[in-house]
Write a protein that binds this ligand. Structure first.
Ligand code: ZN
Ligand code: ZN
Length: 379
């Protein structure tokens, strides 16, 4: 996969990646998802997304080659690779904050490194490819348990841990009402995982009916379309005795759907113009003293955050990139025991060569698409 500029990606030959450091591994990719956050790249909204780069931070594969210092992997291992690149030994990694590694992206003091996510996030090529170089190969890549479906494994690289961590950061308690904004794969997974913490109600809000329907069935939650509401904040107040939700989860971010960017009227458009509408709704509809958990991706220029309400309501705002490696043991157990079925989110499988079509389909939310997996033809 090769980025040629906004709305233009195609399959193209690139040089075979090589071991550049003794702790690298080369992975032959077997599955690679397109993520909602890839759409920010696709739409040209992420700073320093360079022409010629390869996206893809959700992939599984087979270890093809290892550097001389790699000890935990051997050639032939089937692995899932967390989206964050982490050194495993800095102060942050040692605390389990693998999404906040201090060493892998020395150009930034804020964001760590993410596979295939622009030079802002380290400049590493991603896994929407036949082969990918994986730095710090002893830290991230995790051998897929023999009894695990690879379709489940590939969703453990981002969707499941990010959704789970969204719920975990919400500090959900028994009997709580949880509201999730955004019924993309992450929001759906956040709603599903919220139930692990014992709430009495889980509500998901979006504007796309097929996704709401999917969320309702998959996450066993209530699902509402905000286009049918006068005001989502008022709606949530009404159904919570005017207290507000105990926990609000923002799984939208600066909305990645670029279709209606051209039109700047109406509430729907407010959401798609990069305004932090979902976050405003979250802050305004959570109860006093409540928690807002943010996993939606925001670029630098978000605006109109009602910070005054955060102060006056005594809110706690928690946000982070998921610490995939920290969560994996627990999440693998959830999948193996059947408590979580991530692969049900996969609606489309596309040969890697058709990556351009796959992005168009996913970006335009055609064909009831929830999650698309690219499959390289390499044998
Ligand atoms: Zn992702
Ligand atoms: Zn680190």
């Amino acid at each position: 996969m090769n980025y040629r500029g906004p709305y233009r990606v195609r399959a193209e030959q690139k040089p075979m990646p090589e071991i550049q450091h003794p702790e690298d591994a080369i992975i032959r990719v077997t599955r690679s998802c397109i993520c909602g956050s890839d759409l920010h790249l696709y739409h040209g909204m992420v700073p320093d997304t360079r022409v010629g780069s390869t996206f893809g931070h959700e992939f599984t594969g087979v270890v093809e080659e290892v550097g001389p210092l790699v000890q935990n992997l051997k050639v032939g291992d089937q692995v899932l690779v967390p989206f964050n690149i982490a050194c495993g030994r800095c102060n942050f990694c040692k605390q389990g904050l693998y999404g906040n590694c201090h060493e892998t992206n020395t150009m930034s003091t804020a964001v760590g490194s993410i596979f295939g996510y622009s030079h802002t996030a380290g400049g590493f090529d991603g896994g929407q490819a036949e082969y990918v170089r994986v730095p710090y190969a002893d830290v991230g890549p995790t051998v897929i348990p023999a009894d695990m479906d690879p379709d489940d494994a590939v969703l453990l690289t981002d969707v499941v841990p990010t959704g789970y961590q969204a719920a975990e950061m919400g500090g959900i308690k028994k009997g709580d009402t949880v509201v999730v904004f955004g019924a993309g794969p992450i929001g759906i997974m956040a709603a599903r995982c919220a139930w692990f913490f014992g709430p009495s109600r889980v509500i998901i809000i979006d504007q796309i009916d097929y996704r709401l329907e999917f969320a309702q069935n998959y996450a066993k939650c209530e699902a509402y379309n905000f286009k049918d509401m006068e005001d989502p904040v008022l709606f949530i107040k009404k159904i919570t005795d005017w207290y507000g939700a105990d926990v609000c989860i923002d799984a939208v971010g600066c909305e990645a759907d670029g279709n209606t960017l051209q039109t700047f009227t109406g509430r729907k458009i407010m959401m798609q113009a990069g305004a932090a509408t979902a976050l405003q709704w979250a802050i305004n509809s959570v109860k006093k003293g409540g928690i807002v958990s943010i996993v939606g991706v925001y670029g630098p220029p978000f605006n109109m955050i009602p910070v005054g309400n955060v102060l006056n309501k005594g809110l706690t705002i928690r946000a982070n990139q998921a610490s995939v490696k920290r969560l994996l043991p627990k999440l693998i157990d959830h999948v193996q025991s059947g408590r979580l079925n991530p692969k049900e989110l996969i609606t489309h499988r596309v040969p890697l060569e058709e990556v351009g079509d796959a992005y168009r389909l996913f970006s335009s939310k055609l064909d009831n698409c929830i999650k698309t997996v690219l499959i390289p033809s390499t044998k």
